[in-house]
Design a protein around this ligand. Structure first.
Ligand code: C2E
Ligand code: CA
Ligand code: CA
Length: 645
């Protein structure tokens, strides 16, 4: 019924309006899944309310040049297979269907009483083409998307009266509605696709990944779900050297390879950046997941030709299994991520498996990540100091500041556990500044107490700090704040820094050098510093890695290495310090090889500032070996002035 009472409105108009309203309400809520069913009901309404015998909706697929049946009412009782009305190519179709390919106006066919040879009939008020046929009348209206005919809505009557203007109008209005609904559903589909598809590679998106995992893990029972977490090694370098476009093409090629190697039911997703995740279909035991991971490692690792250059990157893969009903998606992914990180830390291009032990580590890491910043701000960190000793006299030549963190609830944490977190979470600068400031403040305090104190304070510097622009400014202002000379501070950098960004490292070190601050290469011998690097950098000392010192007494190989490091230091005029001295045997060897400056548990463990103060008052540590040892065969190396190479 018409809301205005309806009396003034002609009956057919009323039908038209209520029909359109009803149809609109059927189509509005439709989405791509329910569209066909909604259209079926719409066709039924049309047949009933317009007193027709049949109704159909066809879709034009211009890519294949065919018209495709979407829905019909009433359904035919016997549909042959293949359905001759299903997909019909325009070319070769009967003239009526052929005419719907680019139809822009209604097409009306009025049936004749008999087999007469009647002429075309025009319906007044419509821009129509009419054809003749016998017994059956057809009204077909185009469904238009702009100027493109995307389908046909048709009404069929076993009658010979001409089509009324109202009937044609009604059909046209429904066709417009259908076009609108189709456009809306298409737009929704596009949005959905965008949300579920990674824009660069076309793989599943993070959202699609989570939905799939939620679904797979949500049901109780079934075997383990296997997740492989892939992270390409050193993609950043590719970005830097070849540019973002090349790196993007590279990622697309990797995505293709992952898709090609996937099995039916696997989900391959890109999480962003150079991280990909593969969820294996069905349930997978660990051996199978490992085998798949190893196969993918090989596939992804194979080189790619990009703009004439051959590029190869390793990939680190983490494998984690989760039982449905026992673990949620985020946890399972983070397990796979942790396993990947383990593979990465072991040098990359490998496969790691998640273990419960990692879970505990992951839990600790989360606590550390969440609390480190406030701990730095709130001074919950402390420093311990380990002296560097002259092996001949026991004299304390310097101290190394080593950071500790008294973390509740985890207890006292060693730097190995949180320095790396600081580097990964952009806190290395803050942590480093805190350490330098505390260490210099402490040295200034000891100097006030012991006026003739002459020692260097060594501070470990993280690679991130060293390449930060204003690092030397920080160092300068801290020295000034505590009234220290540059030569009272020594910065310890690791070889990895030296190998990493040579140019930048050199620039920063040069500025540090101008402050008179000493620079030592820590853990020397474990990295790849070549002589060339050493020459290029303003370095003053090498600290022989503990690994070569610990068993010096028993290992001929270590002896040869230490000997060559001492020789190298001597020829470049560098100080040499041995770390990790744990036995008198090692002391004997060191002195024999000409290294008299050392650090290690045998001499002193890292101790509190208070404890160290007493050691400094004494001036030396008590040497736990026979005095004869103190006269090493080689001449002692005095700390030389910087040579500058
Ligand atoms: P490192 O610079 O090589 O420091 C020496 C480490 O060896 C210290 O461990 C020290 O306690 C330990 N050590 C000393 N003598 C011996 C010995 O005779 N035997 C054995 N087995 N170990 C010995 P710690 O304090 O756990 O520090 C570990 C690493 O953490 C340091 O290695 C350094 O790379 C890093 N680190 C420490 N403090 C800082 C800091 O303030 N900033 C940065 N960036 N890193 C730091
Ligand atoms: Ca060190
Ligand atoms: Ca070291």
């Amino acid at each position: 019924m018409n809301r205005d009472g309806g009396d003034t409105m002609p009956g057919s108009k009323r039908i038209t309006e209520s029909l359109v309203t009803r149809i609109a309400s059927r189509l509005m809520p439709a989405d791509s899944a329910s569209y066909r069913a909604a259209v079926g009901l719409v066709l039924r309404d049309l047949v009933e309310l317009l007193g027709a015998d049949a109704c159909f909706l066809r879709h034009n697929d211009h890519d294949i040049g065919a018209t495709i049946l979407v829905a019909e009412w009433p359904p035919r009782r016997h549909v042959p297979d293949p359905d001759p009305l299903g997909v019909v190519c325009f070319r070769g179709a009967d003239p009526v269907l052929a005419a719907t390919e680019d139809m822009k106006d209604p097409l009306l066919i009025v049936g004749c009483e008999t087999n007469c040879s009647c002429a075309d009939t025009d319906v007044e008020g419509c821009a129509t083409r009419t054809l003749s046929a016998s017994g059956v009348s057809l009204a077909a209206v185009p469904i238009l998307d702009g100027r493109i005919t995307i389908g046909t809505l048709g009404l069929v009557k076993r009658a010979t009266q001409p089509w009324s203007e109202d009937e044609v109008d009604t059909l046209t209005m429904i066709a417009v509605l259908l076009a609108q609904v189709q456009a809306r559903i298409r737009a929704e589909e596009d949005l959905r696709r965008a949300a579920y598809q990674d824009a660069l590679t076309g793989l599943a998106s993070r959202r699609a990944l989570f939905e799939t995992l939620d679904e797979r893990l949500g049901v109780d029972g079934g075997g383990p779900v296997a997740v492989l977490f892939l992270d390409l090694d050193r993609l950043k370098a590719l970005n830097d050297f070849l540019g973002h476009d090349a790196a993007d093409s590279y990622l697309c090629r990797i995505a293709e390879r992952l898709s090609e190697r996937s099995k039916p039911g696997d989900l391959v997703a890109r999480l962003g950046g150079d991280e990909f995740v593969v969820v294996l279909a069905g349930s997978s035991p660990l051996e199978e997941a490992m085998a798949r991971a190893e196969a993918l490692q090989e596939t992804v690792g194979a080189s790619v030709v990009l703009g004439g250059r051959t590029v190869g990157r390793g990939v680190s893969i983490g494998v984690a299994l989760g039982m449905p009903g026992e673990v949620d998606s985020a946890t399972l992914l983070s397990h796979a991520d942790q396993a990947m990180m383990v593979a990465k830390r072991q040098g990359g291009n490998g496969v790691g498996v998640f273990t419960e032990d990692m879970n505990e580590k992951g839990r600790r890491r989360t606590i550390i990540e969440m609390n480190l910043r406030t701990s730095i701000d709130d001074d919950h960190l402390t420093l311990e100091y380990q002296p560097e000793i002259d092996l001949r006299t026991g004299e304390i030549l310097g101290v190394e500041a080593l950071v500790r963190w008294n973390q509740s609830p985890l207890g006292v944490l060693q730097p190995a556990e949180f320095v790396e977190v600081a580097e990964a979470t952009n806190l290395a600068g803050e942590l480093g500044e805190w350490v330098i400031t505390r260490a210099c403040a402490q040295l200034a305090e000891w100097k006030r107490e012991i006026p003739d104190l002459r020692i260097t304070m060594s501070v470990n510097v993280s690679p991130v700090q060293l390449v930060s622009m204003d690092f030397d400014t920080t160092v300068r202002s801290v020295l000034r704040q505590f009234g220290l000379a540059g030569s009272e501070l020594c910065l310890e950098i690791t070889e990895s820094v030296v190998v990493g960004d040579l140019q930048r490292t050199r620039d920063t070190l040069r500025r540090i050098e101008r402050l008179g601050v000493w620079v030592a290469i820590d853990d020397f011998g474990t990295g790849y510093s070549s002589l060339g690097h050493l020459k290029a950098l303003p370095v003053d000392a090498l600290k022989i890695d503990q690994g070569f010192v610990r068993n010096l007494e028993y290992s001929e190989e270590d002896r040869v290495i230490v000997d060559s490091i001492v020789g190298l230091a001597s020829s470049f005029g560098l100080q040499v310090v041995a770390e990790g001295v744990e036995s008198v045997g090692a002391v004997r060897q060191l002195l024999d090889l000409g290294c008299s400056r050392a650090q290690g548990f045998l001499l002193s463990r890292p101790v509190s500032a208070d404890r160290l103060r007493w050691m400094l008052h004494a001036g030396n540590v008590r040497l736990p070996w026979h005095p004869d040892l103190r006269t090493g065969t080689n001449a002692p190396k005095a700390r030389r002035p910087r040579t500058g190479f």
